[in-house]
Design a protein around this ligand. Structure first.
Ligand code: ZN
Ligand code: ZN
Length: 236
């Protein structure tokens, strides 16, 4: 494929979606319920109509990432992809309960955990697929821990779009957006740390996340060291 993919951040009401443009455009996440007008306006500003999309892929099944997928669906024939272990969330239209990581999370989560129109994805991701059939030099990697079916996209030029594996800063990235922090909820801290280790082992150039960011790999490595030593200390 010619050139390298370009990433456009699409800031929505409470999360960030991403447009990857290469041979064909691919959309990563669709935001919260009600975000469709903002999403399509951002696509239009980038010269992309929903009908042009080769793929709509979800980093995970939470309301603020699949929330406008049902509304987008009639506007495009692109396949909608999600990992097999998060498909049930997208189909159910509500986030399952998971463990809070902070007081801020406990306070903010009711605003994020809104019910959404269920979406039935037609590309169920069961293995680490290549994005080449959708016109982008890159692949899907499994990065569970925030949810069981969280995935990241590794692009050929080294950029990673990692969903909520980590978040940047506080208040959705409004404060200190480049500072790595735990996502608001986790299904497994152990898995999450392993996923972050895996992302760093890929020597990424930059890590794009669903709230705040982007994050510099060196900052994430420092965060991981602290998080790991803290976990070891509290274990005793
Ligand atoms: Zn999430
Ligand atoms: Zn999120």
């Amino acid at each position: 494929m010619a050139d390298t993919p370009t990433i456009t951040r699409i800031r929505l009401s409470i999360s960030t979606a991403y447009l990857i443009r290469h041979e064909r455009p691919v959309l990563v996440d669709t935001g919260a319920p009600g975000d469709l007008p903002r999403l399509t306006a951002a696509l239009a500003a980038a010269g992309v109509a929903p009908a042009d999309l080769a793929l709509v892929i979800h980093t995970h099944g939470h309301a603020d990432h699949v929330g406008s997928s049902a509304a987008l669906r009639p506007l495009t024939t692109a396949p909608f992809a999600i990992h097999v272990l998060d498909d049930f969330i997208a189909r159910s239209g509500s986030n399952p309960h998971s463990e809070f990581t902070s007081l801020e999370a406990r306070i903010l989560l009711p605003f994020v955990n809104k019910p959404f129109s269920p979406v039935h994805c037609d590309l169920i991701v069961r293995e680490e697929i290549s994005l080449a059939p959708y016109g982008v030099a890159g692949r899907v990697i499994f990065t569970p821990g925030h949810t069981d079916g969280s995935i990241s996209l590794l692009l050929e030029d080294g950029d990673v779009i990692a969903g909520d594996v980590l978040i940047g800063g506080a208040l959705g990235g409004k404060l200190q957006g480049s500072r790595p922090k735990w996502p608001y909820t986790v299904t497994s801290r152990h898995q999450l740390l392993a996923s972050i280790r895996r992302i760093l082992a890929l020597k990424p150039r930059q890590i794009y996340v669903g709230h705040g960011g982007p994050l510099a790999p060196a900052d994430v490595a420092r965060w991981l060291e602290q998080a790991t030593s803290h976990a070891a200390a509290t274990k005793g």
